[in-house]
Design a protein around this ligand. Structure first.
Ligand SMILES: NC(=O)c1ccc[n+]([C@@H]2O[C@H](COP(=O)([O-])OP(=O)(O)OC[C@H]3O[C@@H](n4cnc5c(N)ncnc54)[C@H](OP(=O)(O)O)[C@@H]3O)[C@@H](O)[C@H]2O)c1
Length: 414
């Protein structure tokens, strides 16, 4: 088995870095790769306001790391793969080099990570032309504690509890050393302080999905008083698109689709109308919307191609083949008002629909923190999880059924 220690891209330069760390209540000290991590008193995390700018006012100097006595080891446990393929290519590596920290980055001791479909598509080699070189430690979403800061980091300090999507552009050179590891190095601008009311597992599920929901709504020109149909309302992105549309943007009406057992959930998230896609074709309804937010893509066909309203085997929500396929945006454009927008997250696009790839931005998280801290917007963690770090392959397999409700979380790490 190849160890990342042999990769020049993973130099063991972080050996014996000494840093401070705060530990969430109940988590206790963690032993990382054999190194003892001493626990220092929790430092308060200032909140509110814009991205890192908001807590720039928190100008207390970094903890004297030598005094703090917290040792960041040279190597860490991480999930990795050396070749593209299905979930079986994943292996737990006990000796991956802890990533070096760039001048604009911080090193995060990972407490929890979340899985996203993009992790699976990347691992399958769907965008290998723009991927970073193998081997890869996967993982975009992270929540954890800052244990080291780069020389140009201004607003985040050691001990801060943060969360974020570590890859600014999801498909363009995502980091070789991701969040399914004990440590990950992240640009300051991609992180925000963790909402105080959320634990690490809850926070880890938010970044990529909520940034996608927010960016999609903004790009669609969504605003107060407009109506929206969210396709895939029970998924990681859809569950947040419903909540942001209703509770942040001020939608006049939110409709959303899911299978029968998830209709009440859609309502609880803020949907005024819950459409059971196993029983009715949303595109055959007379109602039209200002915006259609398509977080399903080809999975639309599961119901829409059925000859009757009765569920057939090919229409079964247990059929996961659609997880990987291309889109059927023409169904979505049928239900948008003239002059409206159709946001497409995956698959083919039919005009006037448009597709975008999310940009990670800590300022978006910071802007949304008050809604999260007030409970107006809630993280939705799939109840099959959180999965233990050792169960990451099972967690990926579950995500890839396409049936997850909200986010699939890996916690604690390790
Ligand atoms: N462009 C971007 O920047 C971007 C960003 C994020 C995600 N994405 C893509 O967007 C898609 C959704 O991501 P995600 O994280 O939300 O996925 P996810 O959490 O895995 O979505 C799972 C959900 O999809 C629902 N679903 C499946 N088929 C459906 C159908 N025909 N109609 C309605 N709901 C259906 C399932 O509900 P049921 O069990 O009820 O079917 C399940 O709750 C993925 O393809 C992902 O790669 C793109």
């Amino acid at each position: 088995m190849q160890s990342f220690l042999s990769s020049s891209l993973f130099p063991p330069a972080a050996a014996k870095l000494v840093a401070s760390v705060s530990v969430a209540a109940g988590t206790g000290a963690r032993n990382s790769g054999g190194a003892v991590i001493a626990v220092v008193p929790r430092r308060s995390a200032a909140g509110g306001g814009g991205r890192c700018v908001a807590y720039a006012s928190s100008s207390s100097p970094a903890v004297n790391t030598a005094e703090a006595g917290v040792v960041v080891p040279a190597t860490m446990k991480a999930w990795a793969y050396d070749d593209y393929g299905d979930a079986s290519v994943l292996r737990l590596d006990e000796a991956v080099a802890v990533p070096a920290v760039g001048e604009d980055q911080v090193l995060v001791r990972v407490a929890a990570a979340a899985l996203n479909p993009v992790d699976s598509k990347r691992r399958a080699g769907k965008f290998k032309a723009t991927d970073s070189p193998l081997p890869t430690v996967p993982g975009y979403d992270v929540a954890g504690v800052v244990v080291k800061i780069g020389s140009k980091v201004k607003s985040i300090k050691e001990g801060d509890e943060v969360y974020g999507n570590i890859n600014e552009k999801a498909l363009e050179g995502p980091k070789q050393s991701g969040s399914l590891a004990e440590y990950t190095a992240v640009e300051e601008k991609l992180l925000a302080l963790k909402p105080k009311n959320l634990d690490f597992a809850q926070a880890a599920g938010l970044p990529l999905a909520i940034e996608t929901a927010h960016e999609g709504l903004e790009r669609a020109g969504f605003s107060a008083g407009k109506s929206i149909l969210v396709l895939g309302g029970a998924g990681g992105v859809g569950s947040l698109a419903i909540q942001l549309a209703k509770h942040v943007f001020g939608a006049s009406k939110v409709a959303a689709t899911a299978s029968t057992p998830k209709l009440e959930l859609l309502k609880s998230l803020g949907a005024d109308v819950a459409i059971d896609y196993t029983k009715e074709n949303f595109d055959e309804q007379p109602e039209k919307y200002d915006v259609v937010f398509d977080a399903v893509g080809n999975k639309l066909s599961l119901a829409a191609e059925r000859p009757t309203k009765q569920q057939t085997p090919s229409a079964s929500p247990d059929n996961a083949s659609s997880f990987w396929g291309s889109g059927q945006g023409e169904k979505a454009v049928k239900v948008v008002k003239e002059g409206g927008s159709v946001v497409v997250l995956t698959g083919a696009v039919t005009p006037p629909g448009f597709r975008f790839v999310v940009t990670s931005d800590g300022s978006v998280l910071q802007k949304l923190n008050p809604y999260l801290e007030s409970g107006k917007v809630k993280p939705l963690v799939d109840t099959k999880g959180p999965f233990a770090f050792s169960q990451t392959v099972e967690a990926f397999s579950y995500l890839e059924t396409g049936r997850a409700t909200g986010k699939v979380i890996i916690s604690p790490i390790p």
